[in-house]
Design a protein. Structure first.
Length: 747
């Protein structure tokens, strides 16, 4: 990750000796005979662009700067952080140069309350991965990383709590951080070093057992009225989201001593302090985002007097769901907004008070959402609702009518939250792409890209720069696990997927004859004794022949249909759960890797039966060729333009066959391969060469490789799937786990 350049007087002592080094790309090497593919060596400059969807994932919070109008930051649970750029009118990703997977899970974010150029982040994916405080003096363009000994959980339950990280507005070199597992921590040198606050009453519960979680010190709030410029604030509040301990503490001496504050028997989930020093706390019975059954909202004056200000209409509707969204209007004291989470029966909503909590306005019933810019939010044929997993909520410090909130799929904002009349919410997502891509295909005709997402099903991308409408319905599958297209009839596409437990299960396989725009469910007959619909488990991959007439479902007893699912027959010789791979040119040929028995299998009768083939040149152990899990990219691929040509990854090696699998040659040279894909005249891979992990291209069949990413495009190294485009030379598609879907082209 790039270093944070010096130049901020307030932080100069923390930056002595730190100099940012420029990134210099290695020269591009060229050569070869005219008219022949040029072997790749060195690097090839690529332009990387997000395939547009628009947000798409869980953003636990949004935070406005209190010192500069129209400056805001967004933190996500696995896609890093973003800054709103008012001049560009879009969100700018702040961690694309980060190569550490863990640092893409943002636990907390804190803009400096004095200097608009300074911002801090707490980063760490979960308790088992590295954690750090990141410091920037240029609004997140570059960062200085400070590894810390306390674990974080940017992608754990409770990631919507906060904010855990805070800066003293009276002494901005003084920071506090409430950790999940190890109590309260303090820095006196702008985050360069950290020490545990020994006097804090709750030392933490330690790292949780596997499969368990807890919230720890959920938020820290500093009262700006308890100090003055240059003199540290004295009053500090800390909320706790752990069982068996007090929920709220207060210090009147800068953290030297602490007292317990009266609170309901719930977790103190979210805290916001207004310009008068009044603290507003959202309480919840769970830490979120899926375990909050009830909650409350309380108000605390600077002297500690408390008042329950829970919205009465929430109580009357069943008191369901906790309060994980709390925001105070800095420019209008007494104006505060709160949001619920996990309010399943009545639906989550937003309440606002303009009289210090005496009365509340439920904004939900008078709200409407315009999702035309991101139409996927209207998936399953339903209109977009208020949202789920609402934990991020912010009121613009300079404009109390401008309010934004985050959900599990988007960020909504309005600029006109008045006291009466309809409220129009629109996605505030330009520049945000925070999704997990499971699978993708680039067919030989039709749309250039068809993708399979986690949580959002998937899309047909006719235009890579426009958010696509939902089309993966009937069946609707929240996760698309495998995709395949017919090589000679590319409008025929099949998909498999899985669905959330609370949804009805009727089919997990689908067949399309129009390039993925409409679908017919495929239902595989029950097998076994007693008969079971094994296809509904969601583990079965699906494959289609080159002519689009034969479909193979890799259920526990693999089945084949030649009449669009009207009838099925058991496939002979293909073990259960083994994925079939169709030859993209010859409709009668299929392949498969029998990992358990170390064999390559071939069918020459349109998947009626499979038989072993010698496969000389392959390693004796083919177990590494069987990637585990229903979301794993296939290790065996057929060339899109030549019959009988196969590429097989076994472990970190890549093998090539041109004779239908009878013989293979190892072709990856010195590249350690993690993922690979095929394009027009090129191979693409994620792997490591010469100690450098990155994205690579070969135009000579794997003998030479050139790096096509660079140090500014690392995306946490969270790669899920890669494929070239069979129609456009040089084009590559890359699916990440958290930073969305990219397409890359040579510059």
């Amino acid at each position: 990750m790039r270093l944070w350049p010096a130049g901020k007087a307030a932080l100069a002592s923390a930056l002595i000796g730190m100099v940012a080094q420029p990134i210099v790309a290695a020269p591009v090497m060229t050569g070869g005979e005219p008219g022949m593919p040029t072997p790749d060596t060195g690097t090839v400059p690529y332009r990387w662009t997000n395939v547009k969807v628009g947000a798409g994932g869980y953003a636990p919070n949004i935070v406005f700067s209190t010192v500069e109008r129209d400056l805001a930051y967004l933190r996500t649970d696995m896609g890093g952080a973003y800054r709103w750029d008012a001049a560009l009118r879009r969100w700018v990703p702040l961690q694309d140069d980060n190569a550490s997977s863990s640092y893409m899970g943002i636990e907390s974010i804190a803009p400096d309350p004095v200097d608009p150029d300074v911002v801090y982040m707490a980063a760490g994916m979960n308790a088992g991965q590295p954690a750090a405080i990141l410091r920037s003096g240029d609004r997140g363009a570059t960062w200085r990383i400070v590894p810390v000994p306390f674990a974080m959980g940017g992608n754990e339950p409770g990631r919507g709590l906060g904010e855990r990280l805070t800066v003293d507005p009276n002494d901005p070199r003084r920071l506090f951080f409430g950790s999940r597992h190890d109590g309260l921590w303090q820095s006196g040198d702008a985050g360069a070093t950290w020490a545990k606050v020994a006097a804090f009453p709750h030392a933490g519960l330690g790292r949780p057992a596997r499969g368990k979680s807890h919230g720890g010190v959920a938020f820290v709030a500093i009262d700006p009225t308890s100090g003055s410029a240059g003199k540290a604030s004295r009053r500090i509040w800390a909320g706790i989201a752990d069982p068996g301990v007090s929920a709220l503490y207060r210090s009147e001496d800068g953290g030297a001593t602490w007292t317990t504050v009266a609170a309901p028997e719930l977790f103190a989930a979210k805290g916001a302090i207004d310009a008068r020093g009044v603290l507003w706390v959202g309480f919840s019975s769970g830490i979120g985002p899926s375990d909050a059954r009830t909650g409350a909202v309380w108000r605390y004056t600077p002297d500690g007097r408390d008042r329950d200000v829970t919205p009465p209409s929430w109580t009357a509707s069943g008191a369901e769901g906790g309060f994980l969204g709390v925001a105070a209007a800095r420019s209008m004291p007494g104006t505060v907004a709160v949001t619920t989470i996990d309010r399943y029966r009545a639906g989550d909503s937003l309440w606002i008070t303009r009289d210090d909590g005496r009365t509340w306005d439920d904004v939900g019933p008078r709200s409407a959402r315009d999702v035309s810019a991101t139409p996927f939010l209207a998936h399953e044929g339903r209109g977009a609702d208020f949202g789920h997993w609402i934990s991020g909520l912010a009121i613009d410090p300079f404009d109390p009518a401008r309010v934004a909130y985050t959900t599990g799929a988007t960020v909504y904002a309005t600029t006109k939250l008045g006291s009466t009349g309809p409220v129009r919410w629109t996605p505030w997502t330009a520049g945000i792409e925070q999704t997990a891509i499971i699978t993708l295909v680039s067919p030989t005709n039709g749309a250039p890209l068809v993708s399979g997402f986690g949580d959002l099903a998937g899309f047909v991308h006719d235009d890579l720069d426009t958010s696509p409408p939902p089309s993966f319905v009937d069946p609707y599958l929240s996760n698309t696990n495998t995709l395949d297209y017919a090589g000679k009839a590319p409008n025929v596409i099949v998909r498999s997927g899985s669905i959330y437990a609370e949804r009805s299960r009727d089919a997990t396989l689908g067949l399309s004859g129009d390039g993925g725009r409409s679908w017919t469910p495929l239902r595989v007959p029950p097998v076994g004794t007693p008969p079971v619909r094994d296809d509904l488990i969601g583990e079965a991959a699906v494959t289609v022949s080159a002519d689009g007439k034969t479909v193979v479902a890799s259920t526990i007893v693999p089945q084949v249909t030649r009449d669009h699912g009207a009838t099925w027959r058991a496939v002979q010789g293909l073990p259960g759960r083994v994925r079939a791979v169709a030859d993209k040119v010859d409709p009668r040929t299929f392949y498969a890797v029998d990992v358990a028995n170390g064999r390559l299998l071939v069918s020459r009768d349109a998947a009626a039966s499979f038989a072993p083939v010698a496969g000389t040149g392959l390693p004796t152990d083919l177990k590494p060729a069987g990637r585990q899990g229903r979301e794993a990219q296939s290790a065996l691929l057929a060339a899109p333009d030549r019959a009988g040509e196969l590429w097989l990854q076994a472990g970190s090696d890549l093998f090539h066959s041109t004779d239908r699998g009878r013989s293979f040659v190892r072709v990856n040279g010195g590249l350690t391969v993690e993922l690979f894909g095929l394009g027009k005249g090129a191979l693409f891979a994620v792997g490591t060469l010469g100690g450098t992990r990155g994205i690579w291209r070969s135009v000579d069949g794997g003998r030479g490789w050139a790096r096509i990413d660079d140090d500014a495009h690392r995306w946490g190294g969270r790669y899920r799937v890669i494929s070239g485009d069979p129609r456009r030379a040089g084009r590559v598609y890359l699916g990440t786990d958290g930073r969305g879907l990219f397409y890359g082209d040579p510059r």
